[in-house]
Design a protein around this ligand. Structure first.
Ligand SMILES: Cc1cc2nc3c(=O)[nH]c(=O)nc-3n(C[C@H](O)[C@H](O)[C@H](O)COP(=O)(O)O)c2cc1C
Length: 391
């Protein structure tokens, strides 16, 4: 390994271990030319916005979604209605070959939308896959949902709405504090579809085994260059990339900030060399995943007996609610999906994982996530609402 590589590895190790971070004067936390940061969406709708569809979309876009791809297209179909489509230019074919996770990300979007509709006095009626359901091998050019908003005095506001601007996927190493069973019970009571269940555990032995599986899964994931490149394509190496693309994720979501982030981005993180040789990236991903998984105070998972496009979308709605409820309870949360993924290299470990959790034959674990206590991290970027709207 050359010197530069070694320095980079050591530096990122320090970062992964969660060292103290110095706060930087704002002059070093570079913004885009027009003062953009990519994070504008996290203040909610534009001041003065009166179009109910745009108000709702401003909250929907903040939903959790795979690699922060933001795979959403909106057709405005009427003054109080819109259709949601998967953006087929924003898929993750290497790590999500059946596009299952992309469809979970449609459900998270719809759940945030429904919460925002209720908050604004609207009932949101959803007609799922109104032009027909399609198979898990394709994403057809058909809407995932037709949404109709109806002003309704009887609609009740949902307290989870208040968490939308705060919710995040927190990828820090979590504090060594246990989570009470009562909190897990509350999260476990999140509404589900009839064929869906939520599993949760804070058991030490189970956590240890799951952490070992997750580290192994990341090792498998990063053993393939095409998969690495798909992930690297969504990694934002500096603020300039974040402002330019307004999607993806960066070291900021692992808790790195201030001077450390500045130094990392200036001297150690470099798109060209990482793409040319992704072995270092893979090794770091395994190390960081190991630390993240070992620090989990609990794990949760959402299982469905079926695995249709509708099951996947409904999983997204439930996952979003669990994430928002955890936010309300002051609990950090972070999906760890590698072992759930459907490419051939993962199938042996996935079988071991499903057997360990006692998942019935043929059922699908749609989401797996860790829970714990941690300081918040920086939010990830979002695009502008007009960028989602096709017509
Ligand atoms: C279906 C799905 C799978 C995800 N899998 C992972 C994962 O394996 N690892 C990870 O770090 N984050 C994962 N995430 C979290 C996303 O990276 C995160 O939602 C996205 O970057 C946006 O960030 P935010 O949730 O903080 O707004 C997943 C999210 C969803 C909805």
């Amino acid at each position: 390994m050359n010197d530069r590589k070694m320095q980079r590895r050591d530096f990122i190790k320090v970062m992964a271990a969660g060292s103290t971070v110095t706060l930087l004067p704002s002059v070093l936390t570079a913004c885009g030319e027009k003062g953009e940061t990519g994070l504008e969406a996290w203040t909610g709708p534009m001041p003065g916005e009166t179009d109910i569809r745009r108000i709702i979309l401003s909250y929907a876009i903040l939903a959790p979604n795979p690699h922060n791809k933001q795979p959403w297209i909106i057709d405005l179909t009427g003054p109080e209605s819109f259709d949601l489509y998967v953006d087929r230019t924003r898929l993750l074919p290497e790590t999500d070959p059946p596009f299952r996770q992309i469809h979970i990300g449609q459900g998270t979007f719809l759940e945030n939308a429904a919460l925002a509709a209720a908050e604004n006095g609207y009932r949101m009626d959803v007609d799922y896959l109104p032009r027909g359901i399609y198979e898990n091998t394709v994403v057809e050019n058909k809407p995932v949902a037709s949404v109709t908003l109806r002003k309704d005095r009887a609609v009740s506001k949902d307290p989870l709405f208040a968490q939308i601007l705060t919710r995040q996927s927190n990828k820090r190493t979590y504090d060594d504090i246990s989570i009470d069973k009562a909190i897990l019970d509350t999260l476990g009571q999140t509404s589900t579809a009839p064929n869906m269940s939520i599993g949760l555990t804070n058991n030490v032995a189970k956590r240890g085994k799951l952490a070992a599986i997750l580290a192994k899964a990341m090792k498998i994931e990063t053993s393939d260059k095409a998969r690495d490149l798909e992930t690297i394509a969504m990694f934002r190496f500096n603020e300039e990339e974040q402002v330019k693309f307004r999607d993806g994720f960066s070291v900021a979501q692992t808790g790195m900030g201030g001077l450390m982030k500045f130094v990392a981005e200036a001297f150690f993180l470099d798109r060209k060399s990482t793409e040319a040789d992704s072995s270092e990236f893979g090794a770091q991903a395994v190390q960081i995943t190991t630390d993240q998984a070992n620090s989990a105070a609990a794990f949760g998972w959402i299982t469905t007996s079926g695995n249709s496009r509708l099951d996947q979308v409904l999983t997204g709605r439930t996952y979003d609610r669990v994430n928002l409820k955890a936010t309300e309870l002051g609990i950090a949360m972070h999906p760890m999906s590698q072992v759930l993924q459907e490419y051939a290299d993962m199938s042996d470990l996935q079988r071991e994982f499903l057997a360990f959790l006692g998942v019935p034959e043929g059922h699908t674990v749609q989401m797996l996530f860790r829970l714990g206590y941690a300081e918040p991290v920086a939010h990830s970027a979002r695009r502008y609402i007009p960028d989602l709207i096709r017509s």
